[in-house]
Design a protein around this ligand. Structure first.
Ligand code: HEC
Ligand code: HEC
Ligand code: HEC
Length: 467
């Protein structure tokens, strides 16, 4: 019995297992959106004299949603067009950071993505003040490089990250805009050590800033888990608003005992949140705006991302591949399974969407069809020796093929040819149908396939007898 060797193929996919920030009853506030997607006001109930602040959650490298399922939210080009519609030059724009993506294996692609995100953010007019709270993936890029890539119109905030060399101090601890003051901190637990920088406790750093911000409405951006934010800042007096990142869904706004409003925004920049602050009163109203496909792409941000996709596509053929783990089978391609033994399964597969996974990607999203981050789930064995590679490997691996689920087939073919005994190949141990869940959700993860239900999805690709 040949064992499946696909287990390790999924390691990079597992890293990307992020839960979709879908609509939920925990949503912060009603979407104050008019008919046909026309946005009326950032916060309809705000009064003249209230200050509006526009904030998006941590981006986690999601410069645009993948379009794997209907209705996916987010994208910097959509955000840019909404910001332009609001046309509020005095409303500070805030991003909670993590412009890069941790699962990226290519340093060059990581830099290109961060650069593209920064340029797209910088293109958002007409904000006079545009702040980004430093996130751990931004740090991972290297602080010197981050400083070099950042356009002048953007300001990085991190009060608890201090450069040892004052010449390298491009991070600001706090920024004042009229009666508002912004302070950002990152949870030291997440960021670890940074060469050439000191990372101090978040609470300490905020307390140190406060005396200089007397009379201002202080907004603290906390890059870390909601629980860590509460622990660090929950009893700090004199804060108007604490905004946390790192949550899969936006959480209902709470008022802390100190009077501060405590909000947690969803990841991947799926919405633009608007907060209205009134002098002496703090947060008085809020709203969130889905970045959905009713919003057109702003042209400059669109062009920035398209250039990024083009450059990242060119890097794919040269990307390193891993060895296939296990007994050294090779990918043989789905066509090699189309012999008398499995012709019925082959026919069933050709009729399933899996057989057209790359074709459909190319048709529906041609600009991203060559990106490593997309083809890894739309082909066989991408990232492994002999797996799909644009222009390189056999054309037949350009789909979700038999081997995406059953494992590399070369040994199976050889054994069958010699012994006439292929029993056991490609069948996982454990109980039906549960034994397949892990394998399916490597690709059908909650972010890409929120509608995934094991039994119904299995039924749709059925090419086996009664179970
Ligand atoms: C983690 C795996 C994974 C990654 C990464 C991924 N996809 Fe997908 N994609 C899927 C799955 C699974 C589906 C099918 C979802 C469903 O029907 O539930 C899908 C479906 C699609 C579809 C719809 C095809 C159709 O027939 O309508 C498009 C378009 C698409 N993906 C584009 C992309 C793009 C662009 C990227 C890169 C930004 C990407 N995908 C990255 C797993 C992935
Ligand atoms: C290597 C990644 C990958 C794996 C593993 C995978 N899928 Fe898919 N699946 C996809 C992609 C990509 C699509 C979208 C294809 C398209 O529409 O172009 C898809 C589409 C589907 C669809 C069609 C959805 C629809 O709306 O018609 C079903 C059903 C499905 N997969 C079931 C499964 C099941 C069940 C498993 C596990 C036994 C599984 N898939 C494993 C990537 C994968
Ligand atoms: C999306 C994942 C997926 C893909 C792609 C896929 N299979 Fe399967 N296959 C399964 C699952 C799930 C079963 C059920 C196995 C079980 O009982 O554990 C199965 C069962 C089988 C069986 C056993 C049939 C029986 O009646 O017992 C054969 C043979 C088979 N597949 C061949 C293929 C061939 C050939 C291809 C490509 C043409 C293919 N499969 C593509 C998931 C897949």
């Amino acid at each position: 019995v040949r064992r499946l060797r696909l287990a390790l193929l999924a390691a990079p996919l597992l890293l990307a297992l992020a839960v979709a920030a879908c609509r939920s009853h925990e949503q912060a506030a009603a979407d104050e959106r008019g008919p046909r997607g026309e946005v009326l006001a950032p916060v309809a109930s705000a009064e003249a004299g209230d200050r509006i602040v526009l904030v998006s959650g941590a981006l986690e490298g999601s410069v645009e949603p993948c379009r794997c399922s209907e209705g996916m939210l987010g994208g910097l080009p959509r955000r840019a067009s909404l910001v332009a519609r609001f046309a509020l030059p005095d409303a500070p724009l805030v991003d909670l950071g993590d412009l890069g993506r941790p699962a990226d294996t290519s340093d060059t692609i990581m830099e290109l993505r961060e650069k593209a995100a920064l340029e797209a953010l910088a293109s958002m007019a007409p904000a006079k003040l545009h702040l980004i709270a430093l996130g751990e993936t931004d740090v991972r890029l290297g602080m010197d490089r981050l400083a070099r890539l950042t356009p002048d119109s953007l300001t990085w905030l991190a009060a608890n990250v201090t450069a040892s060399d004052p010449k390298k101090a491009f991070l600001k601890a706090s920024v004042v805009s009229g009666d508002l003051a912004f302070v950002a901190v990152i949870d030291p637990e997440i960021v670890g050590t940074i060469e050439g920088y000191t990372v101090s406790p978040a609470r300490e750093a905020v307390l140190k800033e406060l005396p200089g911000l007397k009379g201002k409405q202080v907004i603290v951006l906390f890059h870390g888990e909601p629980a860590a934010a509460k622990k660090a800042l929950g009893d700090v007096p004199g804060l108007a608003l604490i905004v946390g990142a790192h949550s899969e869904v936006a959480l209902r706004t709470k008022t802390l005992a100190t009077g501060a409003a405590f909000v947690t925004l969803e990841i991947k920049g799926q919405r633009l949140h608007a907060f209205a602050l009134r002098p002496g009163k703090g947060l008085v109203a809020e709203a969130h705006h889905d970045l959905d496909n009713l919003l057109p792409d702003a042209q400059v941000a669109r062009d920035v991302l398209d250039r990024f996709y083009e450059a990242a596509t060119k890097l794919v053929p040269g990307m390193p591949t891993d060895k296939l783990p296990g007994e050294g089978g090779r990918f043989a391609g789905s066509a090699s399974c189309n012999r008398e033994c499995h012709s019925t399964q082959f026919t069933a597969w050709t009729e399933s969407k899996h057989s057209r996974a790359l074709e459909n990607l190319e048709a529906k999203d041609p600009k991203r069809a060559g990106l490593a981050e997309c083809i890894r789930c739309h082909t066989v064995g991408f990232g492994f020796e002999g797996g799909y590679s644009p222009g390189g490997a056999p054309e037949v691996l350009g789909a979700v093929g038999c081997e995406s689920c059953h494992g590399p087939a070369s040994n199976h073919l050889e054994v069958t040819a010699v012994n006439g005994d292929g029993t056991g190949f490609g069948r996982l141990p454990g109980k039906w149908p549960e034994r397949w869940r892990d394998r399916c959700i490597r690709c059908h993860d909650p972010a890409n396939s929120p509608g995934f239900v094991l039994e119904t999805y299995l039924e749709k690709i059925r090419h086996w007898g009664p179970r």
